[in-house]
Design a protein. Sequence first.
Length: 99
Amino acid sequence: MGLFVSAPVAASDGQRLLEACAAVGLEAVLVVHDRHRAPTEAALAQIDYALLSVDVIGGSSKSFIEPELATFSDTLRRAPRLRWLQACSAGMDRGLYSE
């Protein structure tokens, strides 16, 4: 099982996320977002779940998308096994969510 997260989330909570998965019998790997480097096809193929955290959303709005969110969203679109996107926001009115 692959969990796609931002670099800050991986640094602060990555180990706890992996331990929580292991506690319920899931073998997980973190796929860490890097807005300066596109993920490899192998990395994309690992992503089953994603956590859209506040550090990724940053100053983005419905009419203006920050580079961090743009590249994160592009990765989500390209991940063939993505089954779940956990979003930190309350609203679901971004274009990405309807996709």
